[in-house]
Write a protein that binds this ligand. Structure first.
Ligand code: ADP
Length: 479
């Protein structure tokens, strides 16, 4: 199958979060299954491994004709096409310290138009992908691509068999703009209803209306966006009925305790002795007392309201009355960064708060901690809880979105479960779950080992997710 994944972020070239991770990893897994795959993303800066193809296209948008150039790299069997235009060369992906760029609608409409042209024109191993393909667009940024197919290309007899899938990684951002921007999109006025939401131009609504299938990044999130987590578009998502599906993200091979290059010792589900070494190494690295008998609790998160770190703050005084160690890594909201710093000052023997982005430390926390805390308010899929399970680090999560789909609360009677997933978003429910987790860790080591091993042996492979996407792509062609 010919598959074009079009997105604002493709890791490792561009990434601010899960969107970039998925658009980097899913194509690799699809290519490994034998499919012909390309990604199309902006060229935000010079990428040393991507070459100018010499192909150019012109696109009319917002009253001007714009020329784009196409760069190309082939890695792990995947063709990566980068759209080059001056509006992408700004340092940031979506904005800077002043806020989002004012012309994001233009920038991502340009990406969407250019991606369709890429399929027709950019040679991959000699020939372009062609018009018989599935476009997998992602979040609001590329939500207008199905509009261009319907309004511009199909009426001209082009891309008539092309399928369209909208991936929803976060329905909290719609990319909405004023209605008068519609004139800039260069499509016939009769398409206004496809993008109109409450009198504004809404690219996510457009994708959710025109794409043949919609895939949210977990089954629970697919249901949740038909309710309050649709952030206004719940009715639009609900109206799609059986065309709205959920597929869990997979975990990249970089997160594997048998091979991880960031950690002090390797381990697996049969032999967890290396995990004790990782714990001692993490305690040493952070200047905490090196003690095997104290439970270590880890947090790695973007410090955003969504992530519910305020519950960790609320639970901290209770937690710190116990013999525990708490390790916090993250950056973002200044109030939460202050909490990290204060925690370290208030409980110097027990807490560490590392403010910033630190890939290696994130791996060492996943490997060395005993418990991982992820009390997100909402979480489309979430990766860290899956990483934790792979490393035998038992997650305590709020039962929302992908967290609800991946973490089952431990049941001592049936010896089932992989962690604790508390139902109501409150400090009380979080503390209760933490209480059970700490009690089990201290008094039931055999049960704890069972929880770890069940988590470590879950199939969170990208291959599994890729197979689910292929089945959806097959059903996403025009009837
Ligand atoms: P989101 O995409 O909402 O940020 P996910 O759990 O899906 O949440 O993915 C977060 C990713 O970012 C993970 O790979 C996680 O390890 C990483 N990450 C987040 N904050 C940091 C940090 N401060 N340092 C290192 N890695 C981080």
């Amino acid at each position: 199958m010919n598959i074009a994944i079009v997105a604002a972020e493709v890791a490792p070239w561009s990434k601010t979060g899960g969107l970039g991770d998925v658009c980097g990893a899913l194509p690799k897994a699809l290519a490994a299954l034998g499919h012909h795959v390309m990604t199309v993303a902006p060229r935000y800066k010079e990428y040393p491994d991507a070459w100018d193809t010499g192909v150019r296209a012109t696109v009319h948008l917002f009253g001007h004709t714009h020329e784009v150039a196409y760069f190309h790299a082939k890695v792990d069997g995947v063709h990566h096409v980068f759209v080059d235009h001056p509006s992408f060369h700004r340092g940031g992906i979506y904005g800077d310290s002043q806020g989002p760029y004012g012309d994001n609608l233009f920038r991502f409409a340009l990406l969407s138009r250019a991606a369709i042209e890429a399929a027709a024109r950019v040679p991959l191993d000699g020939t372009p992908m062609g018009e018989d393909l599935v476009f997998h667009v992602n979040d609001w940024h590329t939500g207008l691509l199905p509009l261009y197919l319907e309004a511009v290309y199909r009426p001209a007899g082009r891309f008539v068999n092309a399928g369209t899938v909208l991936g929803v990684h976060n329905a909290g951002h719609h990319g909405s703009g004023p209605a008068h921007d519609f004139a800039g999109l260069d499509v016939s006025a009769r398409w206004w209803p496809a993008v109109d939401f409450d009198g504004r131009l809404n690219p996510l609504k457009c994708g959710a209306t025109l794409a043949r299938k919609i895939v949210a990044v977990s089954p629970t999130y697919a249901r949740e966006i038909t309710g309050p987590l649709g952030f206004g578009l719940e009715g639009v998502f609900a109206a799609r009925g059986a065309d709205l599906l959920g597929v869990l993200n997979g975990v990249d091979d970089a997160w594997d305790p048998r091979t991880d290059r960031h950690i002090a010792a390797h381990f697996d589900a049969e032999d967890l002795s290396g995990k004790a070494t990782c714990k001692a190494a993490l305690q040493t690295e952070l200047g905490l007392p090196v003690r095997a008998e104290v439970p270590m609790l880890g947090v790695v998160a973007r410090l955003d309201h969504q992530k519910g770190i305020d519950l960790v703050e609320a639970a901290a005084p209770w937690l710190m009355r116990h013999d525990v160690q708490l390790v916090l890594l993250g950056s973002g909201s200044s109030a939460l960064e202050t909490f990290f710093r204060q925690a370290e000052r208030t409980w110097p023997e027990k807490a560490r708060g590392w403010v910033g982005f630190n890939e290696g430390l994130a791996h060492r926390i996943e490997a060395g901690a005993d418990l991982f805390l992820m009390p997100s308010r909402f979480e489309p899929c979430g990766l860290n809880q899956m990483y934790s399970m792979r490393y035998g680090t038992v997650p305590v999560v709020h039962a929302t979105g992908g967290l609800a789909d991946t973490v089952q609360t431990f049941d001592p009677l049936s010896s089932r479960g992989t962690g604790w997933a508390f139902k109501s978003f409150s400090a009380e429910a979080f503390v209760e779950a933490l209480g059970w987790a700490l009690y089990t860790w201290r008094t039931h080591p055999t049960a704890w080992r069972g929880i770890q091993v069940r988590g470590m042996t879950q199939d969170f492979s990208w291959e599994r997710s890729a197979r689910a996407y292929v089945a959806i792509y097959e059903s996403a062609r025009p009837k």
